[in-house]
Design a protein around this ligand. Structure first.
Ligand code: NAD
Ligand code: SER
Length: 318
C-alpha cells in the first residue's frame, strides 16, 4: 500500500513524530495532524494540518480534501495525565476515536490503526505472561477508555466491515521526542538525566517490572501489522505486543555498565499504583503467529543505542 494517503492524528507525540517520518520514507503521502504545531523535520518533510480530533467536521473535511484512505489515530491522553484529568481523558480517548471510526466508515477510509496499551489489563489480570484473552478490569481512566476503544474497534470491524488493526503497546522508549505523560515515562527520562546529570530520581519503586519496547521495533511492528494480509489477522480488538520487561533497578544496572558513576534514587508517587495494576510481562504469541511479529532489540542493545544517540544529539563525546 505504498502510495496511500495516510492521515496521522496526534502526530507531534512520542510515537507520531517517528511514525510519520517512517511512513514518508516509504513514499506515502502523510497528512500529519495535531493540536500542537510541530517544528523541524515533521513540518518540513510534508503536509501538516492543525486538527482537534473532537472536531468531527474538521476531521471529515481533511479526509475528503486529501482523499485519505488510511488513518493512524494516535491522539490520546496517556495514563498519568489521564488520572489528573479523567473527564478530558475520557472525551479525547473515546469521542476522538468515535469521530475517527465514523468518518472512516462514512468517507470510505480503507484501513485504520488504533493504538491500545497494556493498561487495558488490571489488577485481576494474570501478572506474568499476560495472555491475549483473560480477565480485564482496568482501574485507570486511560485503561478503561482504551479497553472500550478496543471493543468499539472490534464492533466496527464486525458490523461495518472497517479494516481496523490495533496493538497493545507496552511502555515505549525513544530519544527523538519526549514521552507524553505516561507511567512508563521514567524509562525515557532516565537516559537523558544519566547523560546530563549522572543521576535520576525515579517515580516508580526499584522492583516494579513492566513490559517495554524500543521505538524502532514499535514503528516496524506497527507498519508490519498494517501491511499484513487481512486474512491472516484473527484479532480485531488489539494484539498483545511485546519485546522485554525490566524494573527501574534492572535498567539502572544496564546504564551503570555504560556510565559507571550514574546513581539512582527512588521517590514513588501516584504513578506507582498505576504501574502496580499492570502486567509484568506479556504473551504476544497471537502477533507472532498471525503476522510474524519478532522484536529485534533487547534491554542491553536498546540501552546502548539510547545512550549513543542522546550523546550524539547533545554533542557529548562517546
Ligand atoms: P503523546 O502524548 O506523546 O502524543 C499524543 C499527541 O496527541 C500529542 O502530540 C497531543 O498534542 C495530541 N493530542 C492530544 N489531544 C488531542 C486532540 N484533542 N486532538 C488532536 N491531537 C491531540 O502520546 P504517544 O506516546 O505518542 O502515544 C500515541 C498513542 O499511542 C496514544 O493513543 C497512546 O495511548 C498510545 N500508547 C503509547 C504508549 C507509549 O509508551 N508512548 C504506550 C501504549 C499506548
Ligand atoms: N506508556 C503508556 C503509559 O504509561 C502505556 O500505555 O501511559
Amino acid at each position: 500500500m505504498d502510495s496511500d494517503t495516510i492521515l496521522v492524528t496526534g502526530a507531534c507525540g512520542q510515537i507520531g513524530s517517528e511514525l510519520v517520518m517512517a511512513l514518508r520514507a516509504r513514499g506515502n503521502n502523510v497528512i500529519a495532524t495535531d493540536l500542537k504545531v510541530p517544528s523541524g523535520e515533521l513540518l518540513e518533510s510534508g503536509e501538516f494540518q492543525r486538527l482537534d480530533v473532537l472536531n468531527k467536521n474538521s476531521l471529515a473535511t481533511l479526509v475528503s480534501k486529501f482523499k485519505v484512505n488510511q488513518i493512524y489515530h494516535l491522539a490520546a491522553l496517556l495514563s498519568a495525565t489521564g488520572e489528573q484529568n479523567p473527564e478530558l481523558a475520557w472525551r479525547v480517548n473515546m469521542k476522538g476515536l468515535r469521530n475517527i471510526l465514523d468518518c472512516s466508515v462514512e468517507l470510505g477510509v480503507k484501513r485504520l490503526f488504533f493504538p491500545s496499551t497494556i493498561a487495558v489489563f488490571g489488577p485481576t489480570s494474570p501478572k506474568q505472561n499476560t495472555p491475549q484473552h483473560c480477565v480485564m478490569e482496568p482501574n485507570t481512566i486511560y485503561g478503561i477508555s482504551k479497553q472500550a476503544g478496543e471493543r468499539w474497534c472490534d464492533y466496527y470491524y464486525q458490523k461495518k466491515g472497517l479494516d481496523v488493526r490495533s496493538l497493545r503497546y507496552p511502555g515505549l522508549i525513544s530519544y527523538k521526542t519526549k514521552a507524553g505523560g505516561g507511567t512508563t515515562d521514567y524509562a525515557v527520562e532516565i537516559f537523558f538525566e544519566a547523560v546530563k546529570h549522572k543521576q535520576y530520581n525515579c517515580f516508580l519503586s526499584e522492583n516494579t517490572v513492566l513490559p517495554m519496547m524500543y521505538m524502532p521495533d514499535a514503528i516496524r511492528g506497527t507498519i508490519e501489522l498494517m501491511d499484513a494480509s487481512a486474512g491472516n489477522l484473527s484479532i480485531r480488538s488489539a494484539y498483545n505486543f511485546s519485546a522485554f520487561s525490566f524494573s527501574p533497578q534492572d535498567l539502572a544496572k544496564c546504564i551503570i555498565a555504560e556510565i559507571p558513576d550514574f546513581s539512582m534514587q527512588y521517590s514513588p508517587d501516584f504513578r506507582q499504583a498505576i504501574a502496580d495494576s499492570w502486567p509484568a510481562s506479556i504473551d504476544d504469541s497471537f502477533a507472532r503467529k498471525d503476522w510474524g511479529w519478532k522484536p529485534e532489540y533487547t534491554l542491553d542493545t536498546m540501552t546502548k543505542d539510547m545512550l549513543t544517540n542522546i550523546m550524539l544529539t547533545n554533542g557529548i563525546a562517546i
